[in-house]
Ligand binder design. Sequence first.
Ligand SMILES: [Zn+2]
Length: 120
Amino acid sequence: MSSNIYIERVCQCCNSKFIARTTKTKYCSNKCSSRAYKHAARREKLEIAKIEASITGKIRTKVNFPELVGKELLTITEASALLNITHVTLRRWIKESRIISSKIGKKHLIRREYLDALIQ
Ligand SMILES: [Zn+2]
């Protein structure tokens, strides 16, 4: 389908001038069009996430503290959240023997009592 319409437009993505062949054209090239589409999709996704967070009243966190109550052995993620340090720091402390952990397979497990004693 070809048209004999020639409209000078400014691309909404890169702000460069181009000749549009339809009245609805917004972007100068396919590249700009897909870029704008991706941007809009991302923005929409973010909006949905924000709305969901406001409905449930919470932003997802990795570790939920009430879940740790009564748990005797903690993973690296849980223990680092409890100590308010990063998992990298905790791994370093374990390597430096500043914290005692049991290694089962590839997983480090740390006693809750030990951490509680360490904090006090
Ligand atoms: Zn453009």
